[in-house]
Design a protein around this ligand. Structure first.
Ligand code: B1M
Length: 214
């Protein structure tokens, strides 16, 4: 099977909300030695983006999107095992989660997986995470970076609140803050005083490495 055909089958599995097929093709991707990052991006992520477009057109509904997201999650979980880690010893510690009130976790999980593959130790708090929980975990683990993802224009505000809370507690300089998520921009990151912004998971690796040097 060609790579293109494989990616097409994966997109179809996401569109058909077929977890079994998604898993089967993720395993096939490993057997065929296809770059797992490419399979995630051009197969699973492309699939969920199309689902998003169909939702906007009113052709998909929430339960179907949840099921399609499940296909993406399980595919990424399988492919994660074949993403080669760059180093054995952690190069830095990252606390990551999705902002409070936001249950979108695919992008956040992808960023976590990529950072882990780049050698970061990851403390993934999941989705809908309270600011207090981010701060508690970052203190407890002596994290270098706190990564906060937001997919909704409403929950983006939590990124600003996190920074304000760190300032209020006089610990702003203890951690670097990286923000991301579909509605987030470089301008927003600057406006709220974040240390870094990444538009996608690959870029998140570059930015996180840069932040370690600062
Ligand atoms: Co929702 N949803 N959703 N949704 N959903 C969006 C985000 C939306 C854009 C759809 C639309 O209207 N076109 C829209 C947001 C509008 C807005 O605020 N601007 C929306 C809405 C409105 C909602 C609800 C309010 C709908 C409702 O109930 N009426 C509701 C909110 C629930 C909540 O959170 N409280 C809701 C619910 C859901 C589902 C549960 C059904 C499901 C989520 C399932 C899950 O994640 N487990 C869902 C989904 C799947 C989507 C879409 C279709 C896909 C999101 C996704 O996973 N993309 C999305 C439409 C779209 O994006 N086209 C949509 C793939 C993912 C890999 O991309 O997350 O952008 P992304 O991550 C990228 C980058 O952004 C970046 O790297 C990632 C990889 O490259 N990145 C970071 C992400 N985090 C980062 C952090 C970083 C750095 C980079 O550093 C910290």
């Amino acid at each position: 099977m060609t790579q293109e055909k494989l990616f097409e089958e994966i997109k179809n599995a996401v569109l058909n909300m077929d977890v079994k097929e998604g898993a089967r093709f993720a395993k096939l991707s490993i057997e065929l030695n296809v770059n797992p990052n490419l399979t995630i991006e051009k197969g699973f992520v492309c699939g969920i983006q199309i689902v998003g477009e169909l939702w906007e057109k009113g052709e998909f509904f929430i339960p179907e999107i949840i099921q399609a997201a499940e296909v993406v999650h399980s595919g990424i979980q399988i492919l994660k095992s074949s993403i080669v880690k760059e180093t054995l010893n952690p190069i830095g510690k990252v606390v990551i989660g999705t902002a409070e009130g936001d249950i979108h976790d695919i992008g956040k999980s992808l960023v976590a997986t990529m950072l882990e593959s780049a050698g970061f130790e990851i403390f993934d708090l999941g989705a809908d995470v309270r600011i207090r929980k981010f701060i508690r975990k970052a203190k407890e683990t002596s994290a270098d970076i706190i990564c906060i993802s937001a997919l909704l224009t409403t929950t983006m505000l939590s990124q600003k609140e996190l920074i304000n809370e760190l300032i209020k507690n006089k610990i702003r300089d203890s951690f670097k803050i990286m923000v991301g998520g579909a509605p987030v921009t470089q301008d927003w990151a600057q406006e709220i005083g974040a240390d870094g912004y990444a538009p996608n998971a690959m870029e998140a690796i570059k930015i996180a490495k840069k932040l370690l040097l600062k």
